[in-house]
Ligand binder design. Structure first.
Ligand code: SAM
Length: 358
């Protein structure tokens, strides 16, 4: 396996378009907390950020910024300097030469674009170049049949602008573009059902689903109506207390797995402890975070997934303060836990967080 070569210029990170400043703020603060510096090359709305080390090595930045800890990033890997102004008549030669010069061996090549309308417009071009590029890379020894899962990312920022990056298993998202595409279940009462499903895919290893999302478990859904998240819990065979003043979907109620409580979710207390709490209430993030901390502190649930809505400007700061509040309260109570958060593909102006008590 190769080390991080001197030719890598920085870290390339994908994010939701419009959240580049939030990702930059997150990277800068996390790097600073590790005693490191970084400089971000950002363009608003571009759907990606390039973060270069400043006064430290790239290796140190990579170690300080693992994808699992990042909230506003969907993907991260070391990348080379951008190839700009590619000639329309021969876009591939500079790509091939840069890849060969970098000295990597990979067993897959992924062509990706930013998650923007401009990015979507590049699909035809990618289709046309994919095979010829792979054939030459194979001939030149870059692409081979077994390179330990190492991957070359060809990130098309525009038809004449490409950035090459390199990733290894275990440190990256295994979803193209860092995006998990899910099909909306026809029977689910709302499309936001996909947020909870994506959250499970993101935070719970697949081989633990049968024990952690098990049939017969008790769950609570705060702000449940019309029932998209409750539908996911019911679909896993759980029994759900759905707390919301609004109406729940009639078919979901007919399953007899749901008890509807028309009450205020911020003061409702469960009759006994449950395994799962989920919460998708549209309210002030600090208020939601404080209530999640109440539940975890009291031991009313073992795991929680909740959304923080972020209509404000200082989104990173808000998220940081909310998660910090939960962490401080649990640490004060000497509760052992694991907290993660991510802006999911199905999240818009919001993020999703997960806490598991140990
Ligand atoms: N997760 C739901 C789904 O998948 O169908 C959608 C939830 S919707 C975004 C937010 C819900 O929170 C609304 O139904 C609203 O009535 C409820 N809500 C807001 N404040 C509440 C409160 N204080 N107590 C109970 N429900 C509340």
């Amino acid at each position: 396996m190769q080390g991080i070569g001197a030719d890598f210029a920085g870290l390339l990170l994908y994010c939701r378009a419009g959240f580049e400043a939030d990702l930059t703020a997150e990277l800068t603060e996390r790097a600073a907390r590790a005693g490191l510096g970084g400089y971000a090359r950002v363009q608003a709305g571009a759907g990606h950020v390039f973060f270069e080390p400043a006064g430290c090595s790239l290796k140190e930045l990579i170690r300080a910024l693992p994808l699992t800890e990042l909230i506003f990033a969907r993907q991260v890997f070391p990348a080379l300097p951008v190839l700009a102004d590619l000639d329309r008549a021969d876009r591939l030669t500079p790509i091939i030469e840069q890849a060969v010069a970098a000295g990597w061996r990979v067993d897959s090549v992924w062509h990706e674009t930013p998650d923007t309308n401009e990015g979507k417009g590049l699909r035809r071009l990618i289709k046309a170049v994919e095979r010829p590029l792979a054939a030459v890379l194979r001939k030149r020894g870059v692409l081979c049949s077994d390179a330990g899962g190492q991957r070359l990312h060809v990130f098309w920022q525009a038809g004449d602008r490409v950035q090459l990056g390199f990733s290894r298993p275990g440190r990256r998202s295994e979803w193209p573009g860092g995006v998990l595409h899910l099909r909306s279940p026809r029977e689910a009462p709302s499309r936001s059902t996909l947020k909870l499903e994506e959250a499970w895919h993101t935070f719970i290893p697949w081989d633990e689903w049968d024990t952690r999302l098990a049939q017969g478990m008790q769950a609570v859904d705060l702000g449940a109506a019309p029932g998209g998240w409750t539908w996911q819990l019911v679909h896993r065979g759980m029994y759900v207390h759905a707390v919301d003043n609004g109406p729940m979907d009639a078919r979901l109620m007919a399953t007899t797995q749901v008890e509807h409580h028309r009450e205020d979710a911020f003061s409702w207390v469960p009759p006994k402890s449950v395994t799962w709490l989920v919460c998708d209430i549209v309210d002030k993030p600090a208020k939601v975070a404080a209530r999640m901390a109440d539940w975890l502190e009291a031991g009313w649930c073992r795991e929680v997934i909740f959304n923080l809505k972020l209509p404000m400007k200082q989104r990173w700061q808000t998220v940081y303060d909310c998660l910090d509040h939960i962490e401080e309260r649990l640490l004060d109570e000497r509760v052992r836990f694991r907290l993660r958060a991510r802006q999911l593909y199905h999240d818009r102006e919001e993020i999703t967080a997960h806490v598991k008590l140990d």
